[in-house]
Design a protein. Structure first.
Lengths: 482, 482
């Protein structure tokens, strides 16, 4: 993705609409689009924002090459004057976004684009593609890491990812969500994240016997010696051969720093407990037992509950594809159109499903933290010209049940604005942190959630409230339209 | 993906194993690996092979740049002599593959790599990544197209795809599977496939009213005028406004060639029937009714069964992610190792699950067609030195129930070998067809399946048999190991 011009990574209708706006130049007014999502992945209580670094690169690189213009011309639906315009196209608008690694909730604008409608429309598809994908995998990774209760999670799903980018950027997002490393070497190179891995069954099979394969591996990599023990028979062959090799290493004076076994099939609860006892009895209580094989957050939680003696987990397919929920569902909706006087006229999208009615206007988001605990109390979406203060009481109400009100006393909460400027007048004003720094930030972000919101079954849903002014604006627009 | 060096798109363990083989040069013998899958996606009766063109590019481009070597060196686990070897690395082996668009079944080698083990090991991850992804989406597309019974299916899932490549190569695979077009402009440019699309709700919302939005669109694109009618109220506003615009076009003498409406929400069965009647009564019986909104093969089949008046379908999320089955599950297993005399010694991977036991040896696949109908009778996996003839009777038996035998009389069947040479001694000897030609071939391939195999519920599973010689080899190896 990095070195490819992604300007044509868009739906054709963005371009047909652009030409429509071009032909009616009075219609190229400045507008506001919000990218947001409606439901947390996997019926969870939160999501993790990710993908902003790639979104920034995409916007910076936006331009139609001669080759692109020729291709569009050959389609026979675009006129010469519009193609001339495209040849000089650059993004000239403003973009605000919630930083990567932040905990997010449904209906909050994750990305806000303020630009002439032709530009704002063009970027819809790529913005959604990038943000939907990485936010999905970062969220899934956070869930898997939560289940592991502090054990390390390794991402190694590249072979099952939906194409190279899904492997590369999926691993990036998995690191942001909390993984301790990835098997994906290209991801490691591009984003300076730890890469890890040992050997496959084919290594064992290419030797005359399992012991020789283990021994050869241990000689080569004595300081990170995790042996895969399930090629022939885990308890009868694999673990005894591994113990024999560890004993020989010890006898030879090789320091056993990081060593152990990996289980990749069978009943992981049973096998890990048996293997733990065998390793302990042989004098290797600090040998690591790691496991893989179609793991996800539910299976890890269950294995933990069963007392499995596993402290290191490799997660592939189910993480890199978010298998039980492989699409994030982010959408990009028109929120306002600039009027002749330069102020924004809020716009609303109706729907028969009241949850799908959009929030109109030029908005910002306050995150409200409980001062005593540092946990999130609620989020408050309001219009940009509103402001709230920590030294005044804050009245919150549920927009779907507006009679339900909560008054927070002055001094009992702290406020933080979530959307930060990323582009101003087409110029990037945001520097993406390193992935490992985003990961550290994301760990702290997850600490602002109560366990009740992080659990998998019926999690507590954090309130995302509207300010009174935004709520009234929305109701007024709904009244006008019905 | 095209312009990026994907050599490091691999799991770290491929490189650590490579160094192991390098350090024990006697272990760099020539081996055979098979890529195959175990279960048809979505509990179906078949899959579609796809991704070979990208696999070929990947193998051709394989090389470690100076930048790559420096990165690997910095990891601190690779020695200078091995890094020197990598700097000169090129793929020198043979690859055989089943051509893209071919109908495939579980346990058949889709890709067979014959190469020194260091090379064969390195390419595992990327081969699986590419083939797994595209075969998955091509299969899903074939299913969706089958449900539509000849109606056109448009792919437009880019915004929900798992990153840019998943959108680009997913759309490519969807075209192979049978879609008539994609919304993805970059895919259209790269692979010369039809791109399609009209307008979004935001087009309607940016105008003062729906009629003006439709009218403006129809003036711009009179020859492909599909109007999205559900922004406000489909039957009370959208369809009447569309009819008004079509009447004005007709009155103005604009030829109505390809025109109609798109439904994107609500009860598609009910709304399409109502809209059909309104369009017919207004004198537009040839107006197209297209539909979108979370469609998949099951929903399209149900809508067809309900008599929905829809003849054109747009499928997004559920196709581009293969939502109900987002991973193909292809694996890459060692099948043979070259002995000192230059002949291959078959290797087998055991498993507690007998279905997971691999087929050993250097293999090829015959597809057996019933001569009278041209439909697939069975596939026959055998060793490369075996041959079968159409003018002799053919005895087939089920490897899981070897007493079940079928004898095909001479002349009643035709045979075709499925694996074709792609690389010989590291040189590519295969030219990928154009995507639209692969699509035509894939349509014919799907015609070789009975409806009983294409149906969604409990499809008939096509027999994938082993030759007697391969079966005996397998049993002998199993006996030796137990």
């Amino acid at each position: 993705m990095d070195r490819q011009n992604l300007t044509l990574l868009t739906d054709l209708y963005e371009l047909t609409m652009m030409q429509g706006y071009f032909k009616h130049k009075d219609r190229n007014e400045t507008v506001i689009f919000d990218a947001f999502y409606r439901n947390n992945p996997c019926d969870g209580g939160y999501a993790i924002a990710a993908g902003l670094e790639q979104l920034v690169k995409y916007i910076k690189d936006l331009h139609f090459s001669d080759h692109d213009i020729r291709y569009l011309s050959d389609l026979g639906i675009f006129d010469a004057d519009f193609l001339d315009y495209l040849a000089d196209f650059r993004f000239s608008g403003d973009i605000y976004a919630i930083p990567e690694g932040t905990v997010i909730f449904p209906r909050e604008p994750l990305v806000k684009v303020i630009a002439p409608i032709m530009e704002a429309q063009l970027v819809e598809t790529a913005i959604l593609n990038i943000i939907n994908h990485q936010s999905l995998i970062a969220t899934k990774a956070a869930r898997v890491c939560y289940a592991a209760k502090g054990d390390g999670i390794m991402e190694f799903g590249l072979r099952r990812a939906q194409g190279p980018d899904a492997g590369i950027y999926g691993a990036r997002a998995a690191m942001i969500g909390g993984c301790i490393g990835t098997s994906n070497v290209l991801c490691g190179q591009l984003f300076d994240v730890p890469v890890k891995g040992t050997h496959a069954h084919s290594w064992i099979m290419s030797f005359p016997d399992e012991y020789t394969a283990f021994k050869t591996y241990a000689d080569l990599y004595p300081t990170a010696c995790i042996l895969l023990v399930d090629t022939y028979d885990t308890l009868k062959s694999g673990v005894p051969n591994a113990i024999r090799v560890f004993q020989e290493m010890r006898a030879a004076g090789v320091p056993l720093t990081f060593y152990g076994i990996r289980l990749d099939s069978g009943d992981l609860a049973y096998l890990s407990k048996k293997a733990r006892r065998m390793l302990d009895e042989a004098g290797f209580p600090d040998a690591v037992i790691s496991a893989s094989n179609d793991l996800d957050e539910y299976l890890i939680e269950s294995l933990k509950a069963q007392g499995a003696a596993i402290t290191s987990w490799g997660v592939g397919t189910n993480l890199i594809t978010a298998k039980d929920n492989p699409a994030f569902g982010g959408v990009y909706k028109l929120a306002a159109v600039m009027g002749e006087d330069g102020s924004f006229i809020p716009k609303i999208k109706l729907s028969e499903n009241s949850e799908k009615v959009t929030n109109p206007g030029n908005k910002k988001i306050y995150r409200v933290y409980e001062k005593e605990t540092g946990k999130i109390k609620a989020d408050l979406i309001c219009l940009v010209d509103e402001s709230f203060r920590e030294d005044k009481p804050l009245l919150l109400f549920d927009p779907s049940e507006p009679w339900k009100k909560t008054k927070l006393p002055a001094g009992s909460f702290t406020l933080r604005e979530l959307l930060v400027p990323v582009f101003k007048d087409g110029k990037c004003c945001y520097e993406s942190p390193r992935v490992m720094d985003i990961r550290s930030y994301c760990m702290k972000e997850q600490d602002t959630l109560w366990d009740e919101t992080k659990r998998f079954v019926n999690p507590h849903q954090v309130y995302v409230d509207l300010s009174r002014k935004l709520y009234d604006t929305k109701i007024e627009l709904l009244d006008q339209m019905s």
